[in-house]
Design a binder for this molecule. Structure first.
Ligand code: 13P
Ligand code: SF4
Length: 325
């Protein structure tokens, strides 16, 4: 039981049943990303990677979408379902990768390559999506790039590491925007090598937002959903070294309760100790708590609002992506 003491009358609220009741009253659906804290994942109607969450947001019949993820994800839900109310438990839940591409700077960059198509990772703001020809997620980036004509020049943003991975996978030459995710960029190659020595049978699961030397240590490289599938289809008693945000381990443990999951450590810049196992959590994803989820449903705020013209333009690259894969 997780209780919240209300400030106005000191009454205690049992959060899980209260959230369930609000969900029925509001005809709401709760969508959660795999990086959410365990108790938020446990009350969600659907948990997924960025691609599956976009699909769910486009298809849902609910009146209200409560998005337990970060701001760009809730924006994507609003773009795909503009007539629905979209709530985000904490409006400050941003993303360093999306923030690394301010729309005005990205527009100036795009104008340097007028003949190029613009492909952007969904981890970008709605304003940047409005400047984009195709969106991608880590699940379908390779597929989307492969669907474009071979002689077509491509700008890829905002993640330089995902872009580098896609370049290697497709053999396509792309111009990369210099953005990165503060969480995935921090994983320590040295610490992972040491863990591999200690656990030689461990399967190393790596998200493609990591830099190339870390990706090179991976047995499986892919989106959160792909990494979870690797566990579902892998040795149920095996050892897995997880090189992405550790929120995903909650579902991995459900999928393989007898397996062992090791969190890959992050590097502490300038530290003698070298690495840290709690520096790899996403501070933005973890802003959402069960308490904030309850309060945002009860008060119907914070809500995502977007300019109609931005919605119209940003919808085009997302729909193109959803059509391809
Ligand atoms: P996926 O869930 O699509 O792999 O994306 C991970 C991510 O960066 C979310 O912030
Ligand atoms: Fe953004 Fe990285 Fe956090 Fe994902 S893990 S929300 S890319 S900062």
């Amino acid at each position: 039981m997780i209780l919240l003491t209300q400030q106005n009358d000191n009454r205690q609220v049992d959060l899980v049943p209260a959230i369930e009741e609000l969900k029925r009253e509001m005809n709401a659906v709760i969508l959660a990303h795999y990086y959410q804290v365990d108790e938020v994942q446990d009350v969600a109607d659907f948990i997924g990677d960025s691609l599956d969450l976009s699909r769910k947001a486009a298809e849902t019949e609910a009146d209200v979408i409560v998005f337990c993820g970060v701001h760009f994800m809730a924006e994507t839900a609003k773009i795909l379902s503009p007539h629905k109310q979209v709530l985000l438990p904490d409006l400050q839940a941003g993303c360093s990768l999306a923030d690394s591409a301010p729309a005005d700077e990205f527009e100036a960059f795009k104008h340097q390559y007028p003949d190029h198509l613009v492909v952007n990772y969904v981890n970008s703001s709605a304003a940047v999506k409005a400047l984009t020809d195709y969106c991608v997620t880590s699940s379908n980036a390779v597929q989307v790039i492969q669907s474009l004509p071979e002689d077509q020049g491509i700008i890829f943003g905002p993640d330089k590491y995902l872009g580098d991975w896609v370049k290697r996978e497709t053999g396509r030459d792309m111009i990369l925007w210099e953005g990165s995710c503060e969480v995935h960029e921090m994983f320590s190659e040295q610490a992972i090598l040491e863990m591999k020595q200690e656990h030689p049978d461990a399967s190393v699961l790596v998200h493609p937002e990591c830099p190339a030397p870390v990706r090179a240590l991976g047995d499986v490289i892919g989106s959160t959903k792909r990494l979870l599938e690797a566990v579902r289809n892998g040795d149920p008693e095996g050892t897995y070294l997880v090189v992405t945000e550790p929120g995903i381990i909650h579902k991995m443990e459900e999928a393989a309760p007898n397996a062992t999951f090791l969190m890959a450590p992050a590097e502490i810049a300038g530290s003698e100790e070298g690495s840290c196992t709690s520096c790899n959590t996403c501070p933005h994803m973890r802003r959402n708590t069960l308490e904030k989820l309850y309060l945002c449903m009860k008060n119907r705020t914070p809500e995502i609002h977007l300019d109609e013209e931005i919605i119209r333009k940003a919808r085009i690259p997302i729909e193109r992506m959803l059509k391809i894969g």
